[in-house]
Design a protein. Structure first.
Length: 75
């Protein structure tokens, strides 16, 4: 039987998540989370998506139609 994590363990895990998110936000990597539904709506996208694709995270989450993403990649 697994025991519940301690407050300190949860704090440590939260700090690791914050560090990972900070690294992603400052990199050319975008983090997406899609729902497994027919239209694959975006549930989450990292804020740095604006710097890379020119659309806000809200644009993706609200399912605003966007041009094929491959056209926005810098060469």
């Amino acid at each position: 039987m697994k025991t519940k994590p301690t407050y300190q363990e949860l704090e440590k895990e939260l700090e690791a998540i914050k560090l990972t998110n900070n690294l992603i936000e400052k990199s050319p990597i975008v983090k997406f989370l899609w729902k497994n539904q027919e239209t694959w709506p975006v549930e989450y996208v990292s804020e740095n998506v604006k710097n890379i694709f020119g659309y806000t995270a809200d644009d993706f989450i609200k399912h605003i139609p966007v041009v094929h993403l491959g056209r926005h990649l810098k060469k």
